[in-house]
Design a binder for this molecule. Sequence first.
Ligand code: ZN
Length: 376
Amino acid sequence: FIQASPSSFHAVAEAARQLGGAGFVELREVDAWDAGAGSFYVIRDGAIVAWRQSAGADATTPYRIVGSHTDSPGFKLKPRPTTASLGWLQAGVEVYGGPLFNSWLDRELEFAGRLAFRDGTTALVRTGPLLRFPQLAVHLDRGVNTDGLRLDPQRHLNPVVGLGDVGSADLVGHLARLADQTAADVAGYDISVADTQPPAVFGLDDALFAAGRLDNLSSVHASLVAFLALPASLDSIPVFAAFDHEEVGSDTRSGASGPLLPDILTRVSAWLGADESQRLRAYARSWCLSADAGHAVHPNYPERHDPVNRPVAGSGPILKINANQRYATDALGAAEWARACDAAGVGYQEFVSSNAVPCGSTIGPLTATRLGIPCV
Ligand code: ZN
């Protein structure tokens, strides 16, 4: 799943492929929705929402939502991206979200994402290994191991893509040819940089797993697998929601702060004959699980976690709790989580950040704020 998903658009396409294989039908937002009971999904840019309406679903049937995000921090291709310096061909990229810069150095990377053409069509493309952020050699940076590595993102994070001068190559043309088009056909693009190293299981007893984009394709994958394994008949409407743009704050039309999920649930409720009051009654009986990656305690930096509530690797999924509501969990949510884990026979642990190390946030509080649906 991770290898098939070098960009949020590819993650959505892969999820849609698996949903389609399981009989889900794609609905378009521009169409009327009137097909009756069934299994459906909607794609909005780099986000996807799928749900299943049993024949018995009615105007107050509650929703059971799992939300995750398709994007990961990294870099995006700038306009006019092909540059050259001193015999090197380079690409202009812009920082996306909060990547750990040094982790991107000296790896074979690829471009992947969406091209939009002048004729109104779009295409997903990926290049395979094409670029690399070369680190300055230690001989030219003698203090790096004692003084630390300083990377100015404008000066030092211009990846190399080849040799030559600007006139000898054209990145947009290269991307266009992957879709059997020309550079002149390309009117816009959303292209990310992605690590090409395959995921790996390693360590004693194969205890360890590493991959790029685990935050948050691990949750997209887990929730998709669970969603596809649901029994045919349910007394709720299960919803699989994977949003884009979590790493940049979610305030977009395909992000969790945007109207995507409210739009779809409003339309599904209307489809089931619900008036405004009945739709809100359904929300009041619903739950949302916000699924994201968390930080296990680091063996070399144990002081960065709370000494009691610090997740130990291999000891089960983490329930995140935050007094300032950076995470949405409250007492009732914690109890719902405990019941679900007990029913699944899965152990779990809590995460509370150190008071000296402020935590991040995720889509849970946004969904709860948008919809009023309790979130964990
Ligand atoms: Zn995340």
